[in-house]
Design a protein around this ligand. Structure first.
Ligand SMILES: [Zn+2]
Length: 217
């Protein structure tokens, strides 16, 4: 799943208006921001196997620290605690952030082949395999994205021109890289996939930039 995660980040703004969109992106994509670093460090493993599922050629051999449900709970709690502590925020804001972090696992478990571990020991892998259908994947992710973006648009207003331009260029950019990923050739190696996924950090910075130019409606 890709743009579906960002949908959660956008939509969460309604439930935590004081939290920057950048922080919400960091939360909804925490697993995928951590994953490339763990792959590059040799701690988690991925291979390219065209046909692994219809949508992705990536075979996720092992990724319990970034992508198990148990790790998701741990990261969610740590993320929420760190935010509430650093920003002197209400605990209810932390609850929203913890949910957003854990939502990543839920959406990935919907998309992936049965390779999503429940436990950090990498055992009990699940996955409903939405990725076995192009049409279903695009429909579900597209719908999530539209709903998430709509909630975000109703929850915030631009304070200047940049507030609109930065938001709409990001939305267009996400759709374009999503389409390019769906239609493009497979990456040469798993390591190459990890290195290119590192670029996702730029989207977090983009979220902070947008947030500085929009305010809660
Ligand atoms: Zn993921």
């Amino acid at each position: 799943m890709f743009i579906g995660h960002f949908a959660v980040g956008f939509g969460a703004k309604r439930f935590a208006p004081a939290v920057s969109l950048g922080t919400l992106f960091l939360a909804c994509q925490f697993a995928d921001l951590l994953w490339p670093m763990l792959v590059i460090a040799g701690i988690e493993h991925v291979a390219v196997r065209p046909g692994a599922t219809v949508v992705t050629p990536l075979e996720f051999i092992s990724y319990p620290f970034s992508h198990s449900l148990m790790a998701g709970f741990v990261w969610g709690l740590l993320f929420a605690w760190a935010y509430v502590w650093l920003r002197r925020s209400r605990p209810s804001v932390g609850v929203v952030l913890a949910f957003v972090v854990v939502s990543h696992w839920v959406l990935d478990a919907l998309s992936h082949a049965p390779d999503m571990p429940i436990l950090i020991s990498d055992s009990l892998r699940v996955g409903l395999g939405l990725w076995n259908s192009y049409v279903a994947t695009v429909l579900v992710e597209g719908l999530l994205f539209v709903v998430g973006l709509a909630i975000y648009l109703r929850s915030t207003t631009a304070v200047d021109r940049t507030g609109s331009v930065a938001l709409w260029t990001l939305a267009a950019f996400l759709v374009i890289i999503y389409a390019a990923n769906l239609a493009g050739p497979p990456p040469p190696t798993g390591m190459a996939a990890a290195w290119s996924t590192l670029a996702m950090w730029l989207l977090v910075a983009w979220g902070y930039w947008i947030d500085r130019h929009r305010r809660p409606a």
